[in-house]
Design a protein around this ligand. Structure first.
Ligand code: TRP
Length: 331
């Protein structure tokens, strides 16, 4: 039986952190067991907001190296840069003809910018380029070009998948045949919420992250900076309300978790010691990733070859979708 196809788009947003690892990377890589998986770096999407060439090219390579270091196997999946697949942009143009402007007006991300502009009494379109405005069409093309059945996304991206469905359905309805496959969102509901250094959700915008590939020394320093309460060393502590323990659970074996929880409850263990335990298990899991990341970034030509090989596998699939659509359209 043919496996279904899952597609993941990765925005090059600079350094990856532990929150990305548990919230996005690990669940997306796990799909490889049951799906034919495709992963791509959404570099033309990033161009909408990143205009500094050095920043953009570093981000692209960092995020590609990061996913490879975290376990993406380019021999088993298709891994490519969006900008290497010109068919995506040809499809974007065709999808535009079936996308009402009103649909784009309703996109949450666009609406949020307009609202902010209105609040600040700016021109409503200030800071909105056409790439940003038509972002959902390009994203629909990313998805549709590879006949994707499912797209794993966070809740914030569900509307975009629904727009891709709308667009594909109106095309199929127009030509009275299934020209394009209609994708389904797979919302990562139960993906781990990773607490940051200050106890809030780990997020780049809060500045509370632990970078995935931090050198060992920095990793230790960051872990020592996790905010704790003022409970004295002797006091028994509740593991389930401790940020340190919540992080520990992500990295430790079940028996290690049980042992540390017992030490919390018994009292006599200070926060410093709990942090040392946390550092030990985090470093144990991340050391091999860090080494792979360093090896990959030390060989940029090798990384480019991996991505180019991925594009070579991807392009014939993309071309077939385009051919089908052009034929149906009479072009
Ligand atoms: N918009 C997605 C994000 O912000 C990235 C993305 C671009 C994407 N194209 C995609 C995700 C296609 C899934 C499928 O994270």
């Amino acid at each position: 039986m043919n496996k279904k196809i899952a597609l993941t788009g990765i925005k090059p947003t600079g350094s990856l952190h532990i929150g990305n690892y548990f919230g996005a990377i690990k669940p997306a890589l796990a799909l490889t067991a049951n799906y034919e998986t495709r992963y791509f770096i959404a570099d033309y999407h990033a161009l909408n907001t990143m205009k500094d060439p050095a920043e953009l090219s570093v981000s692209i390579r960092e995020v590609a190296a990061g996913w490879l270091a975290a376990g993406l196997d380019p021999d088993k999946v298709i891994f490519y840069r969006q900008s290497s697949i010109p068919e995506v942009f040809e499809l974007t143009t065709m999808l535009m003809a079936f996308t009402s402007k009103g649909l784009m007006n309703r996109a949450h991300a666009y609406k949020a910018i307009v609202q902010e502009n209105n609040e600040k009494q700016n021109d409503p379109d200030a800071g909105v380029n056409m790439g940003l405005f038509t972002y959902p069409v390009l994203m629909a093309a990313d998805i549709i070009i590879f006949d994707s059945d499912v797209v794993p996304v966070g809740k914030d991206q569900v509307q975009h998948i629904e727009m891709a469905q709308d667009i594909a359905q109106s095309i199929n309805a127009n030509y009275k045949q299934e020209v394009l496959r209609v994708p389904q969102p797979a919302v990562q509901e139960n993906s781990a919420v990773v607490p940051g250094l200050d106890g809030r959700k780990m997020s780049k915008s809060y500045g509370n992250t632990i970078p995935l590939f931090a050198p060992e020394k920095n990793l230790r320093k960051l872990i020592m900076r996790i905010v704790t309460n003022s409970q004295a060393m002797e006091e028994p502590k509740d593991p389930e309300t401790s940020q340190i323990f919540l992080l520990y659970k992500l990295f430790a074996l079940p028996e290690e978790q049980a042992a540390l929880a017992a030490r919390y409850r018994a009292g006599g263990m200070g926060w410093g010691e709990a942090k040392e335990e946390l550092f030990r298990v985090v470093n144990r899991e991340l050391s091999p990733l860090r080494e792979r990341f360093q090896a990959i970034t030390a060989d940029p030509a090798g990384l480019d070859r991996i991505l180019a090989a991925g594009a070579e596998k991807a392009r014939p699939i993309a071309a077939a979708t385009l051919r089908r659509f052009r034929k149906a359209a009479g072009i």
